[in-house]
Ligand binder design. Structure first.
Ligand code: ASP
Length: 479
């Protein structure tokens, strides 16, 4: 017999149905037993009466969170028993047969309510139970819809989703890399991508003009605020574009996202205000200003663009480093300054951020596709020629074979979701988040590996030192 989703049962009054799910609540009213049965789609009231002896007796053994299959008839509830709050509130299921598919121990945490008050380590350890919570289930399903929206939107705009490697080489995004030892190339390491930046630019060199990817990025940052070691970004790159093309597309995408999936929210100002970096710092003392007129309105979305970032900033050692992304181009009027390596502090990058309610959603830029200029940028940052070629030779070479002007952006999906779902942090919109210091209490990661694995990887652990290192205070990284 075909399984019905609970939400669909109300349309089938008088019919026999088979439903499966979890015992949400269990109660007895005199001789009658009621359970609320829950599946992905909703909850229905199920009624067991003593005259159906077999099912009734089995029902007496049920406990919450047991998984059951029930066959029965959908009947209309008496008028005074109707619950207008739920989709199936006008009906109930009169049981013919009950089968227990799986039993459950008492849960180690309550899955009723929003659960914010529950110790987060416990929620993480039993994340698969925490995800049974209505709020988190909804966050996951909305995340799916938002990602699907982005995919469909970009597909309709002629973009292709292209996967790039996870095992790769370090790319500078201003953080530390996670590195992976190579077994076959003794003593060598891959880096997990801090972003697909170089690959997406090489995709532009390949002529696949519009790329996107729902990309996982890894950054080994010290616990700082609302960060995770891995995050997901909507990574995009386009050829033959100028800044205006990218801002226009992304703005249109966000407006349509809100209209389609969050119609109750209102965008404070369209077109999104554009604020030069210098002005933002002067006026708001921040490059992520929260422009909401009413900060208590949970449905208000104040987007803005921050443009014209400085290209370089001084390092603590007195040299120069990039502010955002070494692959960005300068605004056209600063080409000569880059080539002459002068007025470095005044050079403006063709780099932009999109900010929403005081949070940086995305960074992007028009890139340097001229190998001479890119090489100069690395020289300015203090790299020696051999080093530049060792690290970025593939980019410089690619750009000598006819690479179109290009640019892109990479909105952070976790951040967007946390704001749209009115969540206080990104962990609430990630299925299996880690703690601020990168621990996964459920899988118990990171963990030690066997001696054999270490030997195969040609790695020796300095146990005296690792114990010490655990106690050292964390150093801060750039981003
Ligand atoms: N690669 C940048 C980042 O991950 C985004 C971009 O410039 O497209 O932040």
């Amino acid at each position: 017999m075909q399984r019905f989703l609970i939400k669909d049962t109300a349309k089938h009054v008088g019919e026999k149905v088979r439903v499966c799910g979890w015992v949400n609540t269990y109660r007895a009213h005199g001789k009658i037993l009621f359970i609320d049965l829950r599946d992905i789609s909703g909850v229905i009231q199920v009624v067991f009466v003593p005259s159906n002896k077999e099912a009734y007796e089995l029902a007496q053994t049920l406990r919450t969170e047991w998984v059951v299959e029930i066959i029965g008839t959908i009947v209309k509830r008496p008028e005074n028993m109707i619950n207008a709050k739920i989709e199936t509130g006008s009906v109930e299921l009169s049981v013919e047969s009950l089968k227990v598919l799986s039993q459950s121990e008492t849960l180690p945490l309550s899955i009723e309510g929003d659960g914010y008050e529950i110790n987060e380590e416990v929620r993480m350890k039993y994340r698969y139970l925490d995800l049974r919570r209505e709020r988190l289930k909804n966050n996951m399903l909305m995340r799916h819809k938002v990602i699907k929206f982005f995919r469909d939107f970009l597909d309709a705009e002629g973009f292709a989703e292209i996967e790039t490697p996870m095992l790769t080489k370090s790319t500078p995004e201003g953080s530390r890399d996670f590195i992976v030892p190579s077994r076959l190339q003794a003593g060598k390491f891959y880096a997990l991508p801090q972003s697909p930046q170089q690959y997406k630019q090489l995709i532009m060199a390949s002529g696949l003009e519009k790329y996107f990817q729902v990309a996982r990025c890894f950054r080994d940052e010290d616990s700082r605020g609302d960060r995770q070691f891995e995050h997901t970004q909507l990574d995009m790159e386009m050829s033959f574009v100028e800044r205006e093309d990218i801002l226009e597309l992304v703005e249109r995408m966000f407006i349509k996202l809100v209209e389609t999936l969050y119609p109750n929210k209102k965008i404070q100002e369209i077109p999104f205000p554009r604020i030069p970096y210098a002005e933002a710092m002067e006026k708001y003392n921040s490059d992520k200003p929260d422009l909401r007129k009413d900060k208590n309105d949970p449905n208000l979305l104040a987007f803005c663009w921050i443009i014209d970032f400085p290209f370089f900033e001084k390092t603590e050692e007195g040299g120069w480093t990039f502010v955002h992304n070494p692959f960005s181009a300068q605004r056209p009027e600063f080409v000569q300054d880059v080539l002459d390596k002068k007025n470095l502090g005044d050079i403006v990058a063709n780099q932009y951020d999109i900010v929403l309610n005081g949070m940086e959603l995305a960074s992007g830029g028009i890139r340097s596709h001229d190998p001479k200029i890119l090489e100069k940028v690395f020289e300015i940052m203090g790299y020696k020629k051999e080093e530049i070629w060792e690290k970025f030779g593939h980019m410089l070479t690619a750009f000598t074979y006819g690479t179109p002007p290009h640019g892109g952006i990479a909105p952070g999906i976790d951040r967007i979701l946390s704001i749209l779902q009115n969540e206080p942090n990104i962990r609430e919109v990630i299925a299996f988040p880690k703690t601020g210091d990168g621990r996964d209490f459920m899988m118990n990661a990171p963990s030690e590996v066997s001696k054999k694995q270490l030997e195969e990887l040609h790695i020796k652990i300095d146990s005296a030192k690792t114990k010490l290192d655990h106690k050292k205070p964390a150093k801060t990284s750039k981003k």
